[in-house]
Design a protein around this ligand. Structure first.
Ligand code: MSP
Length: 654
């Protein structure tokens, strides 16, 4: 992405085929796009982030027939699961396009007609080899095998012969213009190594491209010649313009087009870096800033894909860890252009070491000390020493480097830098030993300084990790009493100045789960265990078995009055509701097994008791940051004791 003074930022993911539910490989592209979108918002840009599903074509037609469904019914069933996954991963897209949407189909027909009128599309006869799985025509130089068949060089599946009347796109006419564009815009294809691949493919000669099929019924009909349907890639690529309004919301289209960056896997780079710019040139539309071809996630050194049976279901990890550890791992582990091997050991190592130990502990220790020593308030500090000042000035340098790294898509390096800084702050605390200072009343202002530097550093770091771990950053802002909108703190103003004496900070909750490998991996060492059931077991007598607890133990429970701000059903779940609650110092989300007793509209505005210092649990991919108190009836329904007169949210219950 070239650094520009442009105020808008438009990022896209590929639109996913609906022949199968998305796996970690698909989640990867979407998480990268989400981190870039969130960063650019933080940097003050007006951002549009588009994702969606690719629903036409022979591959979907065939997958639906195999399942005895219509293609639309298959698409409808898969699309909800993709959307659920994006929700569980905290993806902040602005629009989800489906290529079966009416405005998209009309836009594609309009662009097709435009190229036909110009003579860039003409009718002819196609005879050649086609790979249904990749929806791709094989190059002539792919050799015939002994049995007289050809195999797709990309996915190694058998191709089939296609011989039919077709409309061609005059791709050959764009060879020189494409090469000139690459030469003039070296950042158009990224990383650089992929630009070389693309340019040498184009230099090798481009043939006209068949862009309609008569044997595929499931597609957008060719205007005026409906026995042909439009080739799925011609249809799908145009989602990038129709999705922001081409032909139906021209104001928004004009505002955001051309895209700043199309994120794609390296397997589909050619479609985006050769065909797509040629289609756009033909239509007289501006070209996107960059096409970034990212690497693959492999399992046991092989690309994760359904046909190889080695895909990882992200929901398994999401249920136990919530979205942020997975987002962090995928973005931290490899640079965007390279392949990575997914291992549960590697994942747990990152979660336990980088998240729970380095960052989580720093937050926990610092805020607990401010709570214990200063009643939760940032106290008046003594002057900065050189060493204190370094924690502040290092942050200023870090902020600039991280900006440049995010801006150039080097997300893993941005995270490395942030963690080096977290290491420095941990060392600063270890060197200063505030827990020893606390014993000496003469050193209170020195103690206040050390804790102020650490808390301000945590605040700064939380903004910098926000693009990658938005949920955790928001929770930290809650602990620190920050306004929860990143846009409220312009990136340039981010520093220690905005944080000083008088600020009230809350008690921290555990940020990241620490999970031992043996508790996560099943007996056979391969399959992750199902997460523990969050519902409590009841005995036959309807009584929850309970050991006696001491008053000291009971006192550890932080019970508060919560005000229910929002309540909603969780798609696909019959027993739970998702609530947004106000607990005085902050707002939280929680999940409760009360959907059988209460409708969401019964709950909004009511006040009840919640436990606010339980470790968060992830239920159905949603992080639950509190637990409510309810009585369990004989038929296992939850009845909530509500307050019958007014009391402020956050009031202590004991
Ligand atoms: N429908 C086309 C894209 C059309 S865009 C106009 C398509 N869909 S896909 O569902 O097969 O793949 C979508 C994206 O997921 C691709 O960018 C692909 O590279 C990515 N991934 C699929 N498996 C992957 C991994 N194992 N690892 C990383 N990304 C992978 O192609």
């Amino acid at each position: 992405m070239a650094k520009t003074s442009k105020r808008t930022f438009y990022v896209t993911t590929p639109i996913y085929y609906v022949n199968d539910v998305p796996h970690i490989g698909h989640a990867y592209t979407t998480i990268i796009a989400d981190a870039l979108a969130r960063f650019q918002k933080l940097a003050g840009k007006d951002v549009f982030f588009l994702t969606g599903t690719d629903e036409h074509g022979q591959k979907i037609e065939k997958a639906a027939a195999d399942k005895g469904l219509t293609p639309k019914a298959l698409a409808d069933s898969v699309v909800g699961r993709a959307q659920d996954l994006w929700k569980a991963l905290n993806i902040s897209h602005d629009f989800f396009i489906r290529t079966t949407m009416d405005f998209h189909e009309k836009g594609v027909q309009k662009l097709f007609q435009m190229l036909l009128d110009k003579g860039d599309i003409y009718k002819g006869e196609y005879k050649g080899w086609y790979c249904v799985s990749d929806e791709n025509f094989l190059a002539d130089d792919v050799p015939l095998q002994a049995e007289g068949c050809k195999t797709c060089p990309d996915c190694l599946r058998k191709a089939s012969v296609v011989s039919e009347e077709t409309y061609f796109f005059r791709l050959s006419a764009y060879q020189d213009r494409l090469l000139a564009h690459y030469a003039g815009h070296p950042e158009f294809v990224r990383p650089q190594s992929r630009m070389n691949e693309v340019a040498s493919f184009v230099r090798g000669g481009l043939k006209d491209l068949s862009i309609t099929r008569t044997t595929v019924k499931w597609g957008v009909p060719v205007p005026g010649d409906p026995k042909h349907t439009i080739y799925v890639w011609f249809d799908a690529l145009h989602n990038y313009v129709t999705g922001i309004g081409y032909d139906w919301n021209m104001e928004r289209y004009e505002k955001f087009w051309p895209a700043d960056i199309h994120l794609v896997g390296k397997d589909i780079l050619r479609f985006h870096a050769v065909y797509w710019p040629a289609f756009l040139m033909a239509a007289g539309l501006p070209l996107p800033g960059a096409v970034y071809g990212h690497g693959w996630w492999l399992k046991d050194d092989t690309k994760m894909s359904k046909s190889k049976g080695n895909v990882l279901d992200p929901h398994v990890l999401l249920r136990s860890f919530g979205p942020d550890p997975l987002r962090y791992f995928l973005l931290r582990e490899i640079p965007i252009g390279q392949d990575g091997n997914f291992s549960h050991e590697g994942f747990l190592h990152r979660v336990n070491s980088d998240l729970a130990n380095d960052f989580g502990n720093l937050v926990q220790r610092t805020l607990t000390m401010i709570g214990n020593y200063f009643g939760g308030e940032i106290a008046d500090p003594e002057e900065e020493t050189v060493e204190d000042a370094r924690v502040r000035t290092d942050f200023d340098g870090l902020k600039r480097r991280v900006f440049d790294l995010y801006d150039s898509c080097a997300i893993n390096r941005a995270l490395e830098e942030i963690w080096a800084y977290i290491g420095l702050v941990n060392k600063y605390l270890a060197d200063n030993q505030p827990w020893i200072m606390a014993k000496d009343p003469a050193r209170r202002r020195r103690l206040a300084r050390v804790l102020l530097q650490a808390a301000a550093a945590i605040r700064g770091a939380s903004y910098l990790v926000f693009p990658v771990m938005p949920g955790s950053a928001e929770r930290i802002w809650g602990f620190l009493g920050e306004p929860k909108k990143p846009a409220d703190v312009p990136y340039d103003d981010l520093g220690f100045e905005g944080f000083g004496p008088g600020r009230k900070v809350g008690l921290p909750q555990a940020l990241f789960p620490r999970v031992a490998l043996k508790d996560f991996i099943g007996e056979d060492g391969a399959a992750p265990l199902a997460p523990p059931d969050f519902r409590r077991e009841q005995t036959k007598e309807g009584v929850i078995p309970m050991d006696l607890v001491s008053y000291e133990e009971f006192r550890k429970m932080d019970l508060r009055v919560a005000h229910i701000l929002e309540a909603e059903r969780v798609p696909g779940a019959t027993k739970i509701l998702k609530l947004k609650i106000d607990i005085g110092a902050e707002q939280r989300q929680m999940v409760a097994g009360i959907a059988e007793t209460y409708a969401p509209e019964d709950l909004v505005g009511r006040k009840l008791i919640v436990i606010v210092n339980l470790k968060p649990a992830v239920i159905r991919g949603i992080e639950s940051q509190a637990m409510l108190l309810a009585a369990i009836t004989a038929d296992n329904k939850a009845l909530i004791p509500f307050f019958d007169r007014d009391i402020p949210a956050g009031a202590v219950v004991k």
